[in-house]
Design a protein around this ligand. Sequence first.
Ligand code: HEC
Length: 120
Amino acid sequence: MIRPLCSMRLTVHGGAFAALLTLGSAALAAAPGAEPAEFHGVNVARGQQFYTELQCASCHAQRMMGQAAAMYTRSDRKVHNARQLLAFTQMCVTQLNHELFPDEVRDIAAYLNQTYYHFK
Ligand code: HEC
């Protein structure tokens, strides 16, 4: 259901971005692919795939007493906006010694945003 919308957004890159800026936050919340500018045109499904394949959650779970998601929802979490989310994701990917393209890192960060952080 989200996919056709996403590819449409990709093809109208500049226009969709301008439209998003002028729309109110209610409209942003209503759009399934609503995301900060940092995550414009991302592929969240691919981000989820990387997240699973790279086993990000297993290391986080080890540090959060088995609750991987708590890494992103803890009260003293480190990430407070989309830019930081992108930076932290890049840092963890680098720590994994895994080389990804910047747009792939963005996909992962956008997946985390859609699932846990919900930055607008
Ligand atoms: C080897 C262990 C390890 C792996 C693997 C790992 N991380 Fe992390 N990650 C951490 C640790 C430790 C922290 C907390 C750092 C802190 O609190 O300063 C963290 C924190 C984060 C945060 C910030 C959470 C917050 O505080 O808001 C994000 C986002 C994140 N990791 C993404 C990822 C992604 C995406 C992957 C997979 C590509 C990944 N991590 C793989 C160890 C890991």
